[in-house]
Design a protein around this ligand. Structure first.
Ligand code: C5P
Length: 267
């Protein structure tokens, strides 16, 4: 009943994030990674971009520099919907307690929150339980599968996980879904396999997205925004192509508008 209401209410939005996947507009689907060390830099980007994108991913750098409650209050106060990328991983009780703090003290502002799926089923289920009891519109919990910096050699030799990256990503996505998480973070190259294994309901958020006019920087396995949506991503995390675009594109707002136009034309 709760899930039905949640998913079927066409006007249900919270702080800018559209809550029903089927109603996501191209704009809703773009999440900008605010990988900057200072709050004034982050706020300048929020002011420039909030009319063109669905929300902002804030992570360890900005939160360590400024403090999580301060970052959340400032970005939310500037009108930005927040994807809090803190990648929690600890024993189940500790993670559930941290998730509960986010959901109860910042739940009105934080729409998505990340955990490492390799913390295991008990940890993921404890976190899912913590948000279930935390109010009407708790953050969507996203399980980080295999980091894009982890290749097959690292997986096999350092982590002693046999097999290829895609097989392990799908396994972790299944664990996350069974534990009650609403979505996962994965490379666009793994989206089709996750969709095949987990169905349409699971939200898939993908970094590693590069428009054809942008440099790939340190991202190795990339897709364009349009390709990523076509293979089944729900949200695209895009950082440097928007926050530091090539000079011929213009500033962040021009870069975001260009990506938006590309998506609107393709969808
Ligand atoms: O600038 P760029 O578009 O590469 O930024 C991508 C963002 O997504 C960064 O904040 C990065 O930390 C994050 N990310 C990633 N790969 C993952 C998980 C998160 O690139 N697997």
């Amino acid at each position: 009943m709760y899930v039905t209401l949640y998913a079927s209410h066409p006007m249900l939005r919270k702080n800018g994030f559209c809550m029903t996947k089927t109603l996501l507009s191209p704009r809703d689907r773009i999440l900008v990674a605010l990988d900057v060390p200072a709050l004034d830099e982050a706020l300048a980007l929020v002011h420039a971009l909030r009319g063109h994108v669905g929300g902002f991913k804030v992570g360890l750098e900005l939160c360590t520099s400024v403090g999580v409650p301060m970052v959340v209050a400032a970005i939310s106060g500037a009108g930005g919907a927040i994807f809090l990328d803190l990648k929690f991983k600890d024993i189940p009780n500790t993670v559930a307690s941290a998730v509960r703090v986010v959901a109860t003290t910042m739940g009105a502002s934080v729409r998505m929150l990340t955990l490492h799926t390799d913390g295991g089923s008990a940890m993921l289920a404890a976190a899912a339980g913590a948000v279930r009891n935390a109010g009407l519109l708790p953050p969507l919990l996203l399980g980080v599968t295999v980091l894009t910096s982890t290749d097959e050699v690292t997986l096999n030799e350092d982590l002693r996980v046999p097999g290829n990256v895609e097989t392990h990503v799908v396994h972790l996505a299944r664990i996350a879904q069974r534990a009650g998480l609403g979505g996962v973070v994965a490379s666009p190259l793994e989206v089709a396999a996750i969709r095949a294994a987990c169905g349409d309901e699971l939200t898939i958020v993908t970094p590693g997205v590069r428009p054809s006019w942008a440099t790939s920087d340190d991202q190795r396995r990339v897709m364009t925004p349009t390709e990523a949506l076509r293979v089944g991503s729900d949200y695209l995390v895009i950082g440097r192509p928007i926050t530091a675009p090539p000079v011929e594109i213009g500033g962040p707002a021009e870069a975001a508008r260009r990506i938006l136009r590309e998506l609107e034309t393709a969808m």
